[in-house]
Ligand binder design. Structure first.
Ligand code: SAJ
Length: 420
């Protein structure tokens, strides 16, 4: 009998849903679990609640073939994948309540031979704590080691590392890092991922795998902080930061990332805190990077206000709300923070453009701002704050924006003198 036939994916968000659909497309029987009934119903009808290229077609196919079903409660299975959010609280400390709730949901239905995989970004030691908690509550089970298979379950950590906008491609092609509680757990999880991953499935310990995930995002955050800091230094000396980066990056061992209005998304702006929280005395560069990136958002707000105050009758186009280009995701978005601030202060003078959303998000809808397309914004505004480098904005020719006073936080309208 095949080792893995029935799979539960707990959490049908940006990672869980594509993962569930991909596994279902490989001939396994998948149940997608979510506590949100609206999400469960949407997916059950073959539709999706997030925007991600090619995901709609895949979900519709696997739902109509019966390979993917949904439920609000887990069911007996061979593999349980936990892919739920792990946000930070007000004090920047990891909030594991969704992970703990997911474990609570499955603990009583676990059976010998089951594989439990945590994919959510988690602090060091989380997977070990989960394994310990399960065997404490289920003394009939133990964690599998070589040669002691009777009554064993297998627990591993395997972080997701896919980029929104490229999730399906990266789910298949990226290398995976798989850390079991024991080497036997690692091997079993590797065999499972090999069923749908083309990249290497690198084995390690659970603690190492947890830190690998955090390292990847903290590394990127620190590199973006370098670019954001550089942009402020360039402004002080009236030097174009985009030109500096472009020329510096011609050095064979230099690759400066791009400055922006701050760092958004549910990962890079959040995950470094998991390391900082567990080693506050050591994680000095990481903490400073977080502070630099957060401060960049406030600096853009201040600079924009100064420009607007110089033009008391001008209308202001806020170009972009999402956390990065060509997605509809507003989580931790610095663009959203800036637009909300401007909307509260300047009301109907603000025109918001966001080609990836159908309507204004509620925080902005409360103010009297207009939601317009880029043509209307170009026609009716004298100031533009370019907050996201969406393709639609890149295509606007110079002739259509020459009249604007621009704050270009993304460096895509650099064919005219503009502030960064
Ligand atoms: N950003 C910049 N300048 C840059 C690059 C990015 O300001 O040069 C900003 C973006 O505008 C955005 C934020 O950083 O606000 C994050 O965007 P991103 O594209 O760097 O990353 P995410 O959050 O979409 O996805 C990251 C990825 N991690 C890494 O690249 C190390 C992805 O592989 C992870 O799976 C994902 O986090 C996650 O889920 O952890």
């Amino acid at each position: 009998m095949p080792e893995f036939q029935k799979i539960n994916v707990v959490g049908l968000g940006y990672i869980g849903l594509p993962t569930a659909a991909l596994i279902a497309s490989r001939g396994l029987q998948v149940v997608g679990i979510d506590t949100n009934e609206r999400i469960v119903d949407t997916v059950a009808s073959g539709r999706i609640h997030i925007a991600e290229p090619d995901l709609d077609g895949l979900v519709s196919k696997v739902v109509s073939s019966g390979a993917l079903t949904t439920s609000t409660k887990p069911q007996a299975a061979d593999v349980f994948i936990i892919a739920v959010p792990t946000p930070i609280d007000r004090d920047n400390r990891p909030d594991l309540s969704s992970v703990n709730a997911a474990v609570d949901q499955i603990v009583d239905i676990l059976a010998p031979g089951n594989l439990v995989i945590l994919e959510s970004t988690s602090p060091i030691g989380t997977t070990e704590a989960i394994a310990k908690g399960i065997v404490e509550r289920r003394p009939d089970l133990h964690i599998g080691v070589n040669g002691k298979e009777d009554g064993a379950i297998y627990v591993a950590y395997c972080p997701e590392r896919v980029l929104p906008g490229r999730i399906l491609t990266e789910l298949i092609n990226n290398d995976r890092c798989i850390g079991g509680i024991t080497p036997t757990c690692t091997r079993r999880a590797q065999r499972f991922y090999k069923m749908f991953v083309r990249g290497a499935c690198v084995g390690t310990t659970a603690r190492t795998a947890e830190l690998v995930k955090l390292t990847e995002n903290a590394f990127r955050d620190t590199n973006i902080a370098f670019a954001n800091e550089l942009s402020l230094i360039c402004d002080r000396f009236d030097i174009n930061v985009w030109e500096v980066i472009d020329i510096a990056n011609r050095h064979p061992r230099v690759n400066v990332l791009r400055p922006g209005p701050g760092v958004g998304g549910h990962c890079i702006a959040v995950d470094p805190w998991f390391i900082i929280d567990s080693a506050p005395d050591l994680a000095r560069v990481m903490r400073t990077s977080r502070e630099v990136n957060n401060a960049k958002t406030r600096q853009i707000i201040e600079r924009t206000e100064a420009l607007i105050d110089d033009h008391p009758y001008a209308n202001i186009a806020c170009c972009g709300l999402t956390f990065k280009a060509n997605v509809d995701d507003l989580r931790e978005s610095p663009a959203m923070e800036i637009a909300t601030h401007l909307a509260a202060k300047y009301g109907e003078r603000v025109k918001v453009v966001e080609p990836n959303l159908r309507r204004l998000p509620p925080q902005l809808a409360d103010h009297r701002v207009a939601f317009v397309n880029i043509e209307e914004a170009l026609r009716s505004c004298e100031i533009a704050v370019l907050l996201v480098d969406h393709d639609e904005f890149k295509m606007v020719p110079l002739s259509e924006r020459r009249h604007l006073d621009v704050i270009d936080t993304r460096g895509i309208w650099q064919d005219m003198p503009a502030r960064t």
